[in-house]
Design a protein around this ligand. Structure first.
Ligand SMILES: CN(C)C(=N)NCCC[C@H](N)C(=O)O
Length: 281
């Protein structure tokens, strides 16, 4: 269903987030990070708080994990777990600087009563490279998550995985290049938005075949991290710079909700990176 007459129905979500108390840009593991530029943990905290409160205003539940000193990227919670139907697949980071985050998140899930938790053997940066459509797990590779982690995720989570090849280092995680606007239990009805140039020719053909009705983002949308949005099926949380994309989503019946994440972008992250979705099933 397309067009402004579409009625978009939001569904209540459960998110896990990590306050950026120890936020910094001390090392370089993606093209957005520059340790010579000033960074303020206070500004990051104010922006993160606004993001968390935005989710709560929209009616979603937000749980918080304690940040840890020495792990400045821990605010990017989406990289630490993929949860489908209450099954938790943890993470294994490519960069040694982030490796210790995985265990803190594993412990959080244990302490909060999750029993079906698997830690991956392959490099797996969780929702940074995995996006759930309601029936399929779209899975990125090329820069971070090992392609073998896609097969591992399929086995652990018991859901079909579709591998997609990322080709531009600025869009090093799938969630910088694609997000799900509306999940659906019928594969062909899920709605996504993506930036075609971030994908190999073969992966673009896969996306066209699976999602002929997708919203195609522009370079301008991608450069401001507009593809790092979070949708509840109606409300779409976007970086404040992504107004052009927001207008196009509004034409399709979505409600753009803008947040300023400029400080977090200095580490290469946006709204989605800060937001791990817990799908209890
Ligand atoms: C949208 N993205 C890319 C994320 N899912 N996570 C952000 C991770 C940032 C961190 N400095 C890193 O390079 O790992």
């Amino acid at each position: 269903m397309q067009g402004s007459l579409a009625t978009r129905v939001p569904t209540t979500r459960r998110y896990l987030m990590c306050p950026p108390r120890f936020f910094a840009v001390d090392y370089v593991i993606n093209p957005w990070m520059d340790p010579t530029q000033p960074v303020s943990a206070d500004v990051a905290m104010a922006q993160w708080t606004e993001l968390r409160d935005t989710y709560r205003r929209l009616g979603h539940t937000v749980e918080e994990i304690d940040p840890q000193p020495g792990l400045p990227d821990m605010v990017f919670a989406a990289n630490s777990g993929t949860v489908v139907d209450g099954r938790v697949l943890g993470s294994r980071f490519r960069a040694p600087q982030r490796a210790a985050e995985a265990e803190h998140f594993r412990r959080w899930f244990v302490e909060h009563g999750y029993r079906d938790i698997t830690m991956p053997e392959k490099i797996n940066e969780a929702e940074g490279d995995f996006a759930w459509t309601g029936t399929l797990l779209l899975a990125g590779t090329g820069f971070r998550t090992d392609p073998a982690a896609h097969a591992e995720a399929q086995e652990v989570l018991g859901v079909p995985v579709v591998s997609l090849q990322l080709v531009d280092p600025r869009y090093y995680h799938l969630d910088t290049a694609l997000f799900v606007l509306a999940e659906a239990t019928d594969t062909t009805r899920a709605q996504i938005v993506y930036y075609p140039d971030a994908f190999s020719a073969g992966s673009r053909r896969v996306l066209e075949r699976l999602f002929p009705d997708a919203v195609l983002a522009t370079r301008e949308d991608a450069e401001c991290f507009g593809l790092n949005g979070v949708s509840d099926g109606r409300n779409v949380v976007l970086p404040v710079e992504a107004t052009r994309l927001g207008e196009r989503l509004a034409e399709r019946g979505y409600e753009p909700v803008y947040v300023d994440i400029s400080e977090l972008r200095k580490a290469g992250g946006g709204p989605k990176c800060c937001t791990l979705e817990i799908r209890k099933g």
